[in-house]
Design a protein around this ligand. Structure first.
Ligand code: B16
Ligand code: MG
Length: 214
């Protein structure tokens, strides 16, 4: 085997919650008359909730907002987002992702999550993966968001492994940067793959079997 563990980002890798994030931020922005589009939304991948809000507020030109008001706006978005997450079910886990995860585990690899999202436990539960992973490092146990490597370093620590033993899988450029900064090899899907941000840039999730198991 080429690695002892694989650490997966959640949103954009294990599942696609991007549209839910977009719709919820869009509603919050529209309510404040803030311009927001999908190009700006792409900058929010892998970025924490409050940092995402700051990016959106670059387009805000009204009176200064207090920290309390900012937390209120972020909470408004999160409430809308969580409403959408209730629609998610195990059917939202693609067959390719599920069979690949099972194959990696069957080969003896440890599997972990490294996500910026504080909603990680809820999302994993909705997908039927509540007890599936050997370690879950997420927005609830970190103080610095990607591209800082903290979330992946914590995941490796929970597994009792060194970064060089673990492959990180990411869809966001900020996430790929976090992996590299932590001393991990990184396999990218989606946007980050198209940008060539990984040591491996995948066109299909299933390619992970060849990369991680050999
Ligand atoms: P929450 P990931 C990230 O998850 C999302 O990509 C990003 O868009 C979101 O702002 C962030 O989680 C925080 O999410 O508001 O649920 O705490 O890609 O690192 O799994
Ligand atoms: Mg992601």
């Amino acid at each position: 085997m080429n690695y002892k563990a694989v650490i997966f980002d959640l949103d954009g890798v294990i599942c696609t919650t991007d549209e839910y994030h977009y719709q919820a931020w869009k509603k919050m922005a529209d309510g404040m008359n803030i311009y927001f589009d999908r190009t700006i939304n792409n900058r929010l991948r892998g970025v924490s909730r409050m940092e995402s809000l700051e990016i959106i507020l670059e387009q805000y030109h009204g009176p200064a907002l207090s920290e309390e008001r900012k937390v209120e706006l972020a909470t408004q978005k999160n409430d809308l987002y969580r409403e959408s997450l209730h629609q998610m079910s195990p059917a939202d886990l693609s067959e390719e992702v599920k069979t690949t995860l099972d194959a990696l585990r069957a080969a003896g690899l440890k599997l972990a999550i490294g996500s910026s999202s504080k909603n990680t436990p809820f999302i994993l539960g909705q997908l039927g993966l509540g007890n599936y992973f050997d370690a879950v490092s997420d927005g609830n146990n970190i103080t610095r968001s990607k591209p800082d490597p903290e979330v992946f370093l914590k995941a490796a620590e929970m597994l009792g492994l060194a970064p060089s033993d673990c492959l990180v899988v990411e869809d966001a450029i900020s996430g790929a940067q976090a992996g590299h900064a932590g001393g991990f090899e990184v396999a990218c899907v989606g946007d980050a793959s198209q940008a060539g941000a990984g040591n491996y840039n995948l066109s299909a999730f299933g390619e992970l079997k060849q990369i991680a198991i050999g």
